[in-house]
Structure formats: structure tokens, C-alpha cells
Write a protein that binds this ligand. Structure first.
Ligand code: ADP
Ligand code: MG
Ligand code: ZN
Length: 621
């Protein structure tokens, strides 16, 4: 390093130091720290004069004289000394704004505590760093090296492929998803013709499925089939250190794409940047929010008839910000699920195309031996088998190589994800059968569509899928009760068969409680009569109370809770006694689930109609 760059570094370090010092001296110095509930009780008793909200802190001034008895003498002395200035941590509390309005408190929000300080602590080092980088890049380019991407307009991470070289033939076992994507291909091939004929393209489609099921591959294949450029970027790359870079990159991505004409913009790992705003206020949070907002703005702002289609992929749809899923954004979802045995065989076929395989290799058998494997695992198996054969100097890959490869990949998988023991698998089988049977025998419950005990990798060890017979806008009280009963069916089965319950029903319980709570507090379906009791039916965005909201006294709140408890307890008892009466069916369903891992509707109905002859438990690996 020469003298010039050393001085540069020193200057930057100095500025960073100043920045650090000044940012620790934020708006909260010279104030009395209060706990949030102290602050709130002061607010409630009219003791607050003025409030300033920032993303991380709440500060302000206490009204004097201070109301008696709300805070300790010690705290009130401190407050007096500091002219009543206090601060507390920011809590995501939708009731805060309404309460302040009610109390006539003057309040204001500030995005940054102090603009001048923010300038020194962040912008200055940033500018310097930019300066430094461009200095470096000038040096490298004068040495004949390439100019590294300049921040803000960095094309480096946006990858553009004009010919992806992947077609639908390369993606197997996901026929339903392909069918749904076919429309996009027709559109991209000739957008004008498509729109002339009255077709209207959705702007964004979201590929949803566990890791390794081929979402990225599928998105590429769509570009390949339609023969259009493929712009791709991964959500995790958006989350940069400096605020504003991700947003700039999104703008850049859309600008480039718009100039291209027909093309696909693919945002992989959408969950990394599209997490629900306001959750997990850790570092990079503000940056992610800005990037997400920019994405929303871009999606709203462009004309989908020009032939640009946005595809997204995620394996965690449940954490996505609802704003991303609104109409005009990622409003269509394509499920890319784990392949069944037929799908696995098809995937294996695509991967052995370029592999010499021996005559004894039966892909159907291999597919049967790999339940729960996704496309990426199967690709891994083929690769591993080929390596093994090569190591043994064979001319072709034999069945024995595949067997060993499966074992290797399986142990690899088991290391990665917690191994599910046979006992756990049994519990899951009964749990899911419980849901399914309660659903089947509950009046007003949606029919069972599919039961699975293949772990989804996103928390659930199995699932029972129900399919509504028609779109519903109104639900009767009976139907809501049935839903709760079905949700509790899993735990009821565990209690009945094993005499003990597990943590596996947590999500069911959350959903059941939520439903019961709504029935009581929102829909007026309880002994308390047809009244709404939500304290603040707040809208998601502004946190403002809707009309009709009202305050609830402690006795009413207790009565409401009792009603919720009763609703749930009664449903649990019903589920339990229903399953007791259908014990034979419960055993039969659980047993076939253990054997087959997945039961579709017709298989399930067959078991219900004819639970005997007795089933034997096959050993699965
Ligand atoms: P995801 O994006 O869903 O995590 P990928 O598309 O990255 O999965 O898949 C990784 C690799 O696994 C692919 O490159 C491909 O080789 C293989 N693969 C996954 N799914 C399939 C499939 N349905 N058909 C063929 N190969 C697949
Ligand atoms: Mg992927
Ligand atoms: Zn369950």
C-alpha cells in the first residue's frame, strides 16, 4: 500500500470514529429512561405533554405537575431535574397513536433523530467510502483491470442471461406448475397478440415450495421456453449494509428490464427482502424496508402489457409482507411441491440423460426408495452414483452404486434436518389422521383433499389439506365451529392414542384460538350477544382505529376470554369423542399413512369406506 492510500484510510477511520461517537449521543441523552408501561400509564393518566417518535425510540416531555403515584418518587425527582424530558424504547403498539390522540398529546414522528448528526455519522463516511472505492477502481482500471461495479448503479449482481439454455424438458415432476406457467410463455412469445385477443397478464407470479424442488430451474425454463432474456437477482443480495443501495438496485433492475422489451425479472428468495415490515427490528431492517418499498413502487408503476413478467420464488410464503401479495403484485401463486413417486422417477430420468447407466438400474425402484427427496436431492443421488461408479472403474453406473448413493445422500439429509424418529413419524401419522377424520365427519367442514406425513421442511412434520367446494364469503357459526374442531383433531388423536400430547399441535392451537377469538370478539357469536368487542380493529397500515371501536372494561374482557376458552374446550371434547367412536378408522388411516406417506382424496375415502382388511405396517427407510 502506498503513502497516498494510507492517508486515505486514516482519514476514513477518523470520520468513522466521529460518526460512532456522535451517533451514540442521540436524542435519548439528557432524558430519564422510562419503561414502556410506565410511559403508557403516564400517557393514560394525562401526564404526557409532547412525544417524538423515531423508529427506535420514543421521547418527549412530561406535563407538570406530574400526576401523583404513577411513577416512583425517585423517578419523578429525576424527571424534575431534567425538565421532564424522558425516553423509552419503541414498541410496535397499534394502540399508541389512538391513545395519544385521545389524550390530546402533541406528537410527531422523525425518521432520523437529528439530520445534522445523521449526516456526520452516516452520510459522510459513505461519501468518503464511495470516493475511496472509485479511487481504487480507477487504480485497477489503469492497471488494465475491469472497473468493479460502482455502488448504486451496480450491475454486478443483476445477472442477465439472454439464452438460459433450460427448457421445460429439464424440469420434471411438476406438471401442475408447468401448466400454470404455460400462460406466461404464450404471453411472452407474443405480448401484442395476447393482449389484442383480450388476455390480461398478471404482473407477478410467485413460485412457492420447499428448497430444492426446482423453483429457480422452473423460472429459467419459462424464459427458455419463451425465448426471452432472464434478469435474476436474489433477495438475500438486496440486503446491503448501506441504506439505499438495495432500493437503487431494484430501480436499476427494472430500468434495465424495461429497456429490453419482453423479458422475465426473477427475484429469488423473495422472503429475504419481503419479510413483514416492522418485525425483527435488527440491523439491516430499515434497508430491507426501503428495498421492499421500492420493489412495490416499481411493480405498481409498470405496464404489464409490454411483456415484462415478474417471477418470484420463496420457500417461506408465510413470512412475506401481505403488501407483496396484493392484487397487481404477486397475486398468483404456483405451488412447486415435493415430488411424489411418479415425479421422482421423471426427475431421475432427466438427470440420467447424460449418464451411462447399467441394465439393472430400475429408476422406478430408486424413486420408491427416495420418499421425501426433492429434485436437488435426486440430482445429488445421480451425481453421487456416477462418482462411485467412476471410482470403481466401471463402464456404467449400476444399481448397487445408486443404492450406496441413496444411503449417502440420506445420511447427508439426516445430518442437515433433524432426523425424524419412527416414534415421531407414528405420532405425526395419527395427528394428521385425526385432522382428516374430524374434517370428514364434521358437518360443514371442507372435504379432505390430501394428507401427508412428508415433512415440509418449513416447520410442519405433516399436513392435512382441505379443499373448499366453492368460494366462500360468508361462514356460518356451525362452519366456524367445525373449523376449530378440525384444527383440534390432531391433538385429540394424540391424546387418544398415546395418552399424552406433543408440541406438534402448536400451530393448530394458534389458529384455533385465533378463530375462536374472532367468533367471540368480532362476529358476535357468543353468549355475550351480537356485539363487536375489538378494542381497535386497526388497519394494517396506519394503525388507526376503525369506526365502532370501543374500550372494554376488565370484567367484559374476562367474560370474553371465558367465552373463547369455552368455544375451544367444547370443540376439543367433540373432536375427542368423535375420534373415540371412529377408533378403527383412525388406526386404518394412520397405518396407511405410515406406509404410503401421502393419501389423496380417493385413497382416503377408500379407507373410510372399507377400513378392513387389516393393514400391515411395511418397513420404510
Ligand atoms: P429451488 O430453487 O426450488 O431451491 P433449484 O431450482 O435451485 O431449486 O434446484 C436445484 C437443482 O436441483 C436444479 O438445478 C436441478 O438440477 C435439480 N432439480 C430440482 N428440481 C428439479 C426438477 N423438478 N426436475 C429436474 N431437476 C430438478
Ligand atoms: Mg432456488
Ligand atoms: Zn396439526
Amino acid at each position: 500500500m502506498d503513502a497516498k492510500s494510507r492517508t486515505f484510510l486514516v482519514v476514513i477511520l477518523l470520520f468513522l470514529l466521529i460518526g460512532l461517537l456522535s451517533s451514540s449521543r442521540s436524542a435519548t441523552t439528557g432524558t430519564v429512561p422510562l419503561s414502556y408501561d410506565q410511559f403508557k400509564s403516564l400517557l393514560r393518566t394525562g401526564g404526557i405533554e409532547e412525544v417524538i417518535l423515531t423508529p427506535k425510540t420514543i421521547s418527549g416531555v412530561i406535563r407538570s405537575p406530574l400526576p401523583q403515584g404513577v411513577v416512583s418518587v425517585h423517578v419523578s425527582q429525576q424527571l424534575e431535574r431534567l425538565n421532564g424530558r424522558f425516553s423509552t424504547g419503541f414498541v410496535d403498539d397499534p394502540g399508541l397513536i389512538p391513545l395519544m390522540e385521545e389524550q390530546g398529546v402533541s406528537f410527531q414522528g422523525r425518521s432520523v433523530d437529528n439530520t445534522a448528526l445523521a449526516f456526520i455519522s452516516w452520510i459522510a463516511p459513505l461519501v468518503l467510502l464511495l470516493f475511496f472505492f472509485s479511487f481504487l477502481s480507477r487504480r485497477t482500471s489503469s492497471n488494465g483491470g475491469g472497473v468493479p461495479g460502482v455502488m448504486g448503479k451496480s450491475r454486478a449482481r443483476i445477472s442477465v442471461q439472454t439464452d438460459v439454455g433450460v427448457s421445460f424438458a429439464d424440469v420434471a415432476g411438476v406438471d401442475e406448475a408447468k401448466e400454470e406457467l404455460q400462460e406466461i410463455i404464450t404471453f411472452l412469445r407474443d405480448p401484442d397478440r395476447f393482449t389484442r385477443l383480450g388476455g390480461k397478464m398478471p404482473k407477478g407470479m410467485l413460485l412457492v415450495g420447499p428448497p430444492g424442488t426446482g423453483k429457480t430451474l422452473l423460472a429459467k425454463a419459462v424464459a427458455g421456453e419463451a425465448n426471452v432474456p432472464f434478469f435474476s437477482i436474489s433477495g438475500s443480495e438486496f440486503v446491503e449494509v448501506y441504506v439505499g443501495v438495495g432500493a437503487a438496485r431494484v430501480r436499476d433492475l427494472f430500468d434495465q428490464a424495461k429497456k429490453t422489451g419482453s423479458c422475465i425479472i426473477f427475484i429469488d428468495e423473495l422472503d429475504a427482502l419481503g419479510k413483514v415490515r416492522g418485525i425483527g427490528q435488527s440491523g439491516g431492517h430499515e434497508e430491507r424496508e426501503q428495498t421492499l418499498n421500492q420493489l412495490l413502487v416499481e411493480m405498481d408503476g409498470f405496464d404489464s402489457s409490454k411483456g415484462v413478467v415478474i417471477l418470484g420464488a420463496t420457500n417461506r410464503p408465510e413470512v412475506l409482507d401481505p403488501a407483496l401479495l396484493r392484487p397487481g403484485r404477486f397475486d398468483r401463486h404456483v405451488v412447486v411441491d415435493r415430488p411424489d413417486i411418479v415425479g421422482r422417477e421423471a426427475i431421475l430420468k432427466t438427470h440420467v440423460r447424460n449418464v451411462q447407466i447399467g441394465p439393472d438400474v430400475d429408476l422406478h425402484l430408486i424413486a420408491a426408495r427416495t420418499p421425501g427427496f426433492v429434485g436437488a436431492d435426486l440430482a445429488n443421488v445421480v451425481n453421487e452414483a456416477a462418482l462411485l461408479a467412476a471410482r470403481h472403474d466401471k463402464d456404467a453406473v449400476t444399481l448397487a452404486d445408486f443404492e450406496e448413493a441413496i444411503d449417502r445422500v440420506t445420511t447427508g439429509l439426516q445430518k442437515k434436518s433433524r432426523r425424524i424418529s419412527d416414534k415421531e413419524k407414528r405420532i405425526v401419522a395419527y395427528h394428521e389422521s385425526g385432522h382428516a377424520l374430524v374434517a370428514h365427519f364434521s358437518e360443514g367442514a371442507e372435504p379432505v383433499h390430501k394428507i401427508s406425513i412428508i415433512p415440509t421442511g418449513i416447520g410442519a412434520l405433516g399436513y392435512t389439506q382441505q379443499m373448499p367446494e366453492e368460494d366462500r364469503y360468508l361462514l356460518t357459526e356451525k362452519e366456524l365451529k367445525s373449523r376449530i374442531r378440525v384444527l383440534l383433531g390432531g391433538r385429540a388423536a394424540e391424546r387418544l392414542v398415546f395418552g399424552e400430547i406433543t408440541t406438534g399441535a402448536q400451530n393448530d392451537l394458534i389458529r384455533a384460538t385465533d378463530l375462536a377469538d374472532r367468533m367471540v370478539r368480532e362476529y358476535g357469536m357468543s353468549r355475550l350477544g351480537p356485539v363487536t368487542f375489538r378494542e381497535h380493529l386497526s388497519s394494517n397500515f396506519l394503525g388507526l382505529p376503525r369506526e365502532g371501536a370501543r374500550a372494554i372494561g376488565p370484567e367484559t374482557a374476562q367474560a370474553l376470554d371465558r367465552e373463547v376458552d369455552r368455544l375451544i374446550e367444547d370443540r376439543f371434547k367433540e373432536a375427542l369423542s368423535l375420534l373415540q367412536g371412529k377408533r378403527e378408522l383412525l388406526e386404518a388411516t394412520a397405518l396407511s399413512l405410515l406406509n404410503r406417506e401421502v393419501l389423496d382424496r380417493s385413497e382416503f375415502l377408500r379407507i373410510i369406506e372399507n377400513p378392513s382388511p387389516p393393514l400391515v405396517l411395511l418397513k420404510w427407510t
